[in-house]
Design a protein around this ligand. Sequence first.
Ligand SMILES: [Zn+2]
Length: 243
Amino acid sequence: MAEPTEDLQEKIALACRILAMEGCVEGILGHVSARIFGREEMWIRCRGQEEQGVRYTTIDAIRRVDFNGRGRFLGNGYQVPNELAIHGEIYKKRDDVGCVIHAHPNEALICGITDLEFRPIFGAFNIPAMRMALEGIPRFPRSFLVTRPELAAPMIATMGEKNICLMKGHGVTVTGKTVEEATVRTLNFHALAKITLQVAQTGRTAPDIAPEDVAELPDLGSTFNALWAWRYYVRKLAQEERR
Ligand SMILES: [Zn+2]
């Protein structure tokens, strides 16, 4: 499970830039972290003197801190996210989580504040996103900034064992075993939110797909669902950044 921590640092920086490229985060808001297995520590996207936004995240902004955001590796001039507690408190409570992503995507925001339901309205188009809708997405009803552990606790309770939580009037928190898995999950949720919103905007109602069609939608496995998709986004990012 454990992987070299330098690789994690690099992956977090890539995840930040990919999420920005795909419109999940904008400007300077949003952060990604990864647990350093075997320690009570994580790598987390911080802000430094040279801050230019999540789209332009460099490796040096990914700092090593404990679950309370402290430690000698934070470095001068860097500050942890205001919402560090989202990350630290999840790692404290859930051993299964290796990566936490917190973002403020517009479409998910609108779905949240208008109480649009996420339903399985498509199938093979995007199986992981369909399953997310089918299994239900926890909704945390409060809109505050999660600046303290006691504010993170009710959100984590709402999230339960799930890997996603829609935070009303705020954003989303997504978890995964790996950075790759959490990133692709965030992008799949982003697709679900965009489609749910676009369908609502047509004024028509989309029915749920038939159960017998759901039954013919296999789990294509983590290589297909996370690793290959991740590699696509890494390649796309490299191409965008060459321009
Ligand atoms: Zn936030």
